[in-house]
Design a protein around this ligand. Sequence first.
Ligand SMILES: Cc1cc2nc3c(=O)[nH]c(=O)nc-3n(C[C@H](O)[C@H](O)[C@H](O)COP(=O)(O)OP(=O)(O)OC[C@H]3O[C@@H](n4cnc5c(N)ncnc54)[C@H](O)[C@@H]3O)c2cc1C
Length: 466
Amino acid sequence: MATHRVVVIGSGFGGLFGTQALRRRKDVEVTLVAKTTHHLFQPLLYQVATGILSEGAISPSTREILARQKNARVILGTVVAIDLDAKTVTSEVLGRETVTPFDTLLVAAGAGQSYFGNDHFAEYAPGMKSIDDALELRGRIFGSFEWAELATAPAERDRYLTFVVVGAGPTGVEMAGQIAELAHRTLRRDFRAIDTRQARIILLDAAPKVLPSFGDRLGGDARERLTKMGVEVVLGTKVVGVDSTGIDIETPEGTRDRIESATKVWAAGVQASELGTMLAEQSDAELDRAGRVRVNPDLTLPGRPDVYVVGDMAALDNLPGVAQVAIQGARYAAKHLKARLDGKPAPEKFSYFDKGSMATISRFSAVASVGKLRFSGFLAWLLWLAIHIVYLIGFKQRITTLLHWMVSFIGRGRSERTVTAQQILARNIIRSIPPEDLPKLPVVESDHEPAPAPRTDDAAEVERVG
Ligand SMILES: Cc1cc2nc3c(=O)[nH]c(=O)nc-3n(C[C@H](O)[C@H](O)[C@H](O)COP(=O)(O)OP(=O)(O)OC[C@H]3O[C@@H](n4cnc5c(N)ncnc54)[C@H](O)[C@@H]3O)c2cc1C
C-alpha cells in the first residue's frame, strides 16, 4: 500500500493534536518538524516565570508523547523554507539542513510576540511565548528582589521593586496577579533590608479595559480584585519607550511620563509565524494585520487543497487565538484529509465549538465565561484548576503539577525559585550574535557522504527525477 506523506510543522496544540488524530491510519506516514523538542502548554508559562512550576511540568518531550504512534516521526529543526510546487519543507538545526517531502502539509507554527514595530523593546521587556522567555522572566523577577536587597539608595531600591506588566489581557492579568502574590505573600519574610510588600506592580494597557474579551462585568471584577491585591491598573496609556531602567509612557491626554522600573514584562500583541508570508507568496492566500493566513472555510490554503493551516497562524471568521481553536482545527484538518484519502465526501466547513475561556487572577480567584454563564471568584478558579489538569499532557506532568499547586496555593511557598545568571545574560549575548556567526554543528568526514537519513529525502529525489 502506498503511504501518504503528511508533514506537520509545529509541536504546539495544532501540530500535536493533528498528528495524533492520524494515528490509526496505516496508509499515512506523519513527519512532525518542530524547532523545540517539547510540546509547550503555553497557558501555564506564567507559573514557570513566577516559580510555581518547573519548565518540565508544562513541556513534555514531543518524541516521548508520540513514541507509541508508529506512523509518526519527529524531526528537530526550524523550518526555513517551504516549497509548495516541489512539495518540500526545509528545516535547519545548528547548520544542518533537512529536506522533507510531503503529499499533504499541515502548518501549525503558531504566533510570536508583537512589539508593534518596536522589536528593540524585547531586550528589556521579554514577552512570554517560550520556556526561554519564562525562565528569563523568572530570573528578572526574583533577581529584582535580590538587587533591591543590595541597593543602597532609595531610588535604586524603588526601581528594583517596581514591576510593569504591559498588556491587560489574560496573560498580563495572570502575571500581575502572581507578582503581587510573590511580593505580598511568598517573599514577605525572606528579606531583611527590604519589605517586599512595598513593591509596586503596575498593569498597563493602551486599551481602556481589563480583559476586554471577557466583557465588561468580568473585566470589572478582575480589575477590582487586582486593585485589592495592590496592583495599580493604568489603562488608556501607551508605551513609547523601554530601556534597562524604565519605561516611557504616553497618557490619554498626550502627556509623556516615565516609570522607573527594572523589570518589565511584555504581554501585549501577537504576530503570526513568518511562515505565513512564505505560504501567501506561493498561493492565493492573503495575510491579515497580525500576519495570519486567511484560509478557506475548510482550513486549506486558497489555491492549495493539499495544505492546511491551523491554530494561531490561521485567520477565519475572527476566531480567537486560543488552544481550543488550534486543537479543533487540527482535528478537523485530519478528518478532512482522511475523508479525501478514502474517497469520501469531506466535511465542508470547520466550525468551532467554543468551550469557554477563563483567566486566573490570584490563588482562589479567577474569571470564567462558559456559554452564556459569566462568573468570577473561587468557583471560576476551581473550574480553571480542573480544566488545566485535564488538558496538561502526560501523567507525570499532571502529578507534579498538582503537588506544586498544593505547595503554592495551600502553603505559601514556591518550589521553583532557582534562577541563574545565564537565564538573562547568556540570552542577551546570543541575541547579539549575527545569525551567520551562530555556532554550527561540526562537520565530520562522514557528513560529506550522501546522507541516508532521513528516509523521506531519498523518496523526494526519486520523485523529483521521475
Ligand atoms: C502566555 C500564554 C498564555 C495563554 N493562555 C491561554 C489560555 O489560558 N487558554 C487558551 O485557550 N489559550 C491560551 N493561549 C493561547 C494558546 O496557547 C495558543 O492559541 C495555542 O498554543 C495555539 O496553538 P498553535 O498550535 O497554533 O501554536 P503553538 O502552540 O504556539 O505551537 C507552535 C509550534 O510551532 C513551532 N514553530 C514555530 N515556528 C517554527 C518554525 N519556523 N519551524 C519549526 N517549528 C516552528 C513552535 O516551536 C511550536 O511548537 C496562551 C498563549 C500564551 C503565549
